[in-house]
Ligand binder design. Structure first.
Ligand code: C2E
Ligand code: MG
Ligand code: MG
Ligand code: MG
Length: 282
C-alpha cells in the first residue's frame, strides 16, 4: 500500500511540474513574438481632480491582444515576463508608448494630461533608468511633466540605496513620482520623509471597503492626512460609488480613479471620452 501511495504521488507531482514549466516556456516565447508583432497596447483609465471633477490624467495599463487567447490583462503574463527578463524590453516599450501618446494628445489639443506609467522593478533598478527616461522624452517630444511614474513600496525598499538619487534625477526632469498601492507594503514612515516623492496612491483594497468598514475608514483618512502633512499629494483608485467620492474629497484626497468615472479604455476611446467628460462634483 505504501508503494501505491508513492506511485500516486509521483504521478501527480511530475506532470504538474512539467506542465507549469512548459506553460512558462510557451508564454515566454509568445511574449517575444508578441512584442515584435505589436500585439501589446496600452489602455488608459481617467484620473480626475477630486474637488472639481476635472480630468487631470490617465493611468496607462498594459494589455496584450493575443492572437489565440484574446485580450489579456497583466495578471495573465506579467509574472512570467518578470521571471524571464522579457519584462525589460516590454517595460521600455510601455514607457516609450506612453510618452508618444502624451505627445499625440497634446498635439490633438486635449486639455493638459499627465500619463501615469507603472514601472517594473527591473526597469527602475537599472543605473541607466533616469537616462532612459531622458532619451524617451527626447525621442517622443513629450515634456517631463506630462508623465508620472508609479512605483510600489517594494520597489522603493528593495532599492533603497539608489532610489533617492534616481528619484531626484527623475523629478529634476519634471516627472511626478507616486507610490502605488500605498498601505499594502513595507515602507516605514521614515522612508516617506527621506525619499523624494510627490504622491501616495491609496490601494483600492481600502477604497473598496468605504464606508462600511470602520478600519478602512480610519486607515484611508489617516493616510490622507499624513500625506498632506508631509506635503505629498494623495490619490485613490478603485472608486465605485459617489459616497466614496464624497468621503475622499472631504478628507482632502486630491485625485480619484475608478469605474465610477470610467474603466480603462483604448487610446482612441479615451480621447473621445475626454472630449465629452463634463466635470462634476460628488
Ligand atoms: P495597479 O497599478 O494598481 O492598477 C490598477 C488596477 O486596478 C488596474 O487593473 C485597473 O484596471 C484596476 N482598477 C482601477 N479602478 C478599478 C475599479 O474601480 N474597479 C475594478 N474592478 N478595477 C479597477 P489592471 O489593468 O488589470 O492592472 C493590474 C496591475 O498590473 C496594475 O495594478 C499594475 O500593478 C500592473 N500593470 C498594469 N500595467 C502595467 C505596466 O505597463 N507595467 C507594469 N510593470 N505593470 C503593469
Ligand atoms: Mg498603478
Ligand atoms: Mg494600484
Ligand atoms: Mg495593484
Amino acid at each position: 500500500q505504501a508503494k501505491s501511495r508513492g506511485r500516486a504521488t509521483y504521478e501527480f507531482f511530475v506532470p504538474s511540474l512539467a506542465e507549469s514549466a512548459y506553460a512558462d516556456l510557451v508564454i515566454e516565447s509568445e511574449l517575444g513574438t508578441g512584442l515584435d508583432e505589436g500585439e501589446f497596447l496600452l489602455f488608459y483609465q481617467p484620473q480626475i481632480d477630486a474637488a472639481s471633477g476635472k480630468l487631470v490624467g490617465a493611468e496607462a495599463l498594459l494589455r496584450w491582444r493575443h492572437p489565440q487567447r484574446g485580450l489579456l490583462t497583466p495578471e495573465a503574463f506579467i509574472a512570467v515576463a518578470e521571471r524571464h527578463r522579457l519584462m525589460l524590453p516590454l517595460s521600455d516599450w510601455v514607457l516609450a508608448e506612453a510618452a508618444r501618446q502624451a505627445r499625440r494628445w497634446h498635439d490633438a489639443g486635449l486639455p493638459p494630461l499627465r500619463i501615469a506609467v507603472n514601472l517594473s522593478s527591473m526597469q527602475f533598478r537599472l543605473d541607466s533608468f533616469a537616462c532612459t527616461v531622458a532619451g524617451v522624452l527626447g525621442e517622443s517630444g513629450a515634456r517631463g511633466d506630462w508623465l508620472e511614474l508609479e512605483l510600489t513600496e517594494r520597489m522603493l525598499i528593495d532599492d533603497i540605496d539608489h532610489a533617492p538619487a534616481t528619484l531626484a534625477e527623475l523629478r529634476a526632469q519634471g516627472l511626478t513620482i507616486s507610490v502605488d498601492d500605498f498601505g499594502t507594503g513595507h515602507t516605514s514612515l521614515a522612508h516617506l520623509t527621506q525619499l523624494p516623492l510627490d504622491k501616495l496612491k491609496i490601494d483600492q483594497g481600502f477604497v473598496a471597503k468605504l464606508p462600511d468598514d470602520a478600519g478602512a475608514m480610519a486607515i484611508t483618512r489617516a493616510i490622507t492626512e499624513m500625506a498632506r502633512g508631509l506635503g505629498l499629494k494623495v490619490s485613490a483608485e478603485g472608486l465605485r460609488t459617489r459616497e466614496q467620492w464624497r468621503l475622499l474629497a472631504d478628507w482632502g484626497c486630491d485625485e480619484l480613479q475608478g469605474e465610477l468615472i470610467a474603466d480603462p479604455m483604448p487610446a482612441a476611446e479615451f480621447e473621445a471620452w475626454a472630449r465629452t467628460w463634463s466635470p462634476r462634483q460628488a
